[in-house]
Write a protein that binds this ligand. Structure first.
Ligand code: HEC
Length: 435
């Protein structure tokens, strides 16, 4: 009865709108913008302009209508036919209709006292207040022009005991010169980056770039902070160092950068360890001018585990990316399909429910690249393109986070005789350049 009454009221309100009462900013639009836009559109975050008040929003009304109607904003690229994702940012059609109707009606403010109070954001962090903040000890100076090799910066101070990290976030300092940051765990005994000294930017030779490391947290445009469910965490083993991989790009204007990361430790008991692994192809060659070139990659599970997030990664020629699982029964399932990939948005997709992968399950990724002149982002359609670190080279990596019993040796994730690409990947996660 009560439900019916409520539904009745709702249809009256909806009816009022339909009858011509235009939506207002304060009552109808502000909640939508607060919920879906301000995570990025506020001072200090990724978006170019803050959208936190009527005054700030009004001049962008037409652009907002277009961005929302064309589904360019909020950025979300998963094909809705496959999988359900906890961080699905796409706007429900109702909200799109409300915003469009509001702008068409002249974007009225309505009663300012009816505007809901904006959510409170923790100063600078999108994760729980960090227990530890690690910052580059000195700013890096980026020149106005030229190409800069990835710079590796060892953060002073070792981890003296095993540390479980539930949430991690990179705070980029100068987004104008920073393409990406990856904070890696360098476990004790690793042969990665011999000769690196704390705080001094370092570029390894080919051998020194190879040793073992693990992906802790990354930043690239659009990439959310790493937030794991209660009871799950990434492990920083005792004796580990943290090393930042910094990819700077020049833009005609010199600048400096001194980025940092925040780590929130697990509060309760940790049951499962989480690790980032990947199905990547490091050995492809995209012909000059090819408009739809296919590249595949594989991963096989050596033991039971759960996939808790997925992240496709390509560069400027990337067109589409698909993750498919084949179970030992032969049954196949598309885990994520991104039909319109955008290099500008390095999104991570968190399935609503964990994807259980039994031993022997295989992940197969298929990507296509557009190396033709029709791709307006293509740096040079006359070039044959291979795997490489810089944005004008290419990558084809399907990253995913897996959760497994915290006492299990992570080497078990990999079968004794893994698929070719997995083998080329030195049989442990994160041992290839990424992003
Ligand atoms: C994940 C971060 C993020 C979210 C969430 C987000 N934006 Fe954006 N927005 C950006 C960034 C970064 C840009 C600039 C780069 C670009 O245009 O792609 C941008 C650009 C825009 C532009 C400029 C025009 C355009 O289309 O390029 C408009 C308008 C806009 N956003 C509106 C919105 C609205 C409205 C919402 C919520 C419904 C929203 N954004 C949610 C990050 C975000």
């Amino acid at each position: 009865m009560r439900v019916l009454l409520f539904a009745g009221l709702f249809s009256i309100v909806a009816g009022l709108h339909a009858a011509g009462a235009a939506p207002t900013y304060s009552q109808d639009v502000a909640p939508i913008i607060q919920r879906n836009c301000q995570g990025c559109h506020r001072t200090g975050e990724a978006a170019p302009m803050p959208l936190t008040s009527y005054k700030e929003i009004r001049p962008f009304a037409a652009a907002i209508k277009e961005a929302v109607a064309l589904k360019k904003m909020p950025p979300w690229f998963a094909d809705p036919h496959y999988g359900k994702f906890a961080n699905d940012r796409s706007l429900p059609q109702n909200d799109i209709d409300t915003v469009v109707a509001w702008v068409k009606a002249g974007a009225p403010e309505g009663d300012p006292t009816a505007t809901p109070r904006p959510p409170r954001y923790l100063d600078g962090w999108n994760i729980r207040q960090p227990d530890l903040v690690l910052q580059m000890p000195a700013a890096y100076s980026v020149p106005a022009t030229g190409t800069i090799d990835y710079q590796y910066i060892l953060i002073p101070g070792r981890f003296e005991k095993d540390t479980w990290v539930q949430m991690a976030e990179v705070r980029p300092d100068n987004r104008a010169v920073l393409h990406h940051v990856i904070a890696y765990i360098r476990p004790p005994g690793s042969k990665w980056l011999p000769g690196i000294k704390a705080g001094i930017p370092f570029v390894p030779d080919e051998e020194g770039a190879k040793g073992h490391r693990e992906f802790l947290v990354g930043y690239a445009p659009g990439m959310p902070p790493a937030i794991l469910a209660e009871g799950r965490a990434k492990l920083i083993p005792a004796g580990s160092d943290i090393v930042f991989e910094m990819h700077y790009t020049t833009n005609g204007k010199a600048g400096t950068d001194q980025s940092k990361i925040g780590l929130s430790f697990a509060k309760g008991e940790v049951k499962e360890r989480v690790m980032t692994v990947d199905a990547g192809n490091y050995d492809f060659e995209i012909p000059a001018g090819a408009g739809n070139f296919r590249v595949d990659s594989d991963f096989e599970f050596g033991t039971d585990a759960k996939i808790v997030s997925l992240m496709p990664h390509m560069h400027l020629r990337g067109k589409d990316f698909n993750f498919e699982a084949t179970y030992p029964t032969g049954e196949k399932q598309t885990l994520l399909n991104v039909p319109g990939y955008s290099f500008n948005w390095q999104l991570v997709y968190y399935p609503v429910t964990d994807l259980a992968m039994p031993k022997g399950a295989k992940i197969h990724c298929i990507a296509h690249f557009d190396n033709s002149a029709n791709n307006r982002f293509n740096p040079d359609p006359t070039k044959v393109v291979k795997f490489g670190e810089q944005s004008w080279d290419e990558m084809m990596i399907g990253f995913f986070d897996v959760a497994f019993d915290k006492n299990m040796d992570p080497k078990k994730l990999f079968p004794p005789d893994p698929p070719k690409e997995q083998k080329a990947d030195a049989a442990l996660p994160g041992s290839k350049p990424a992003l």
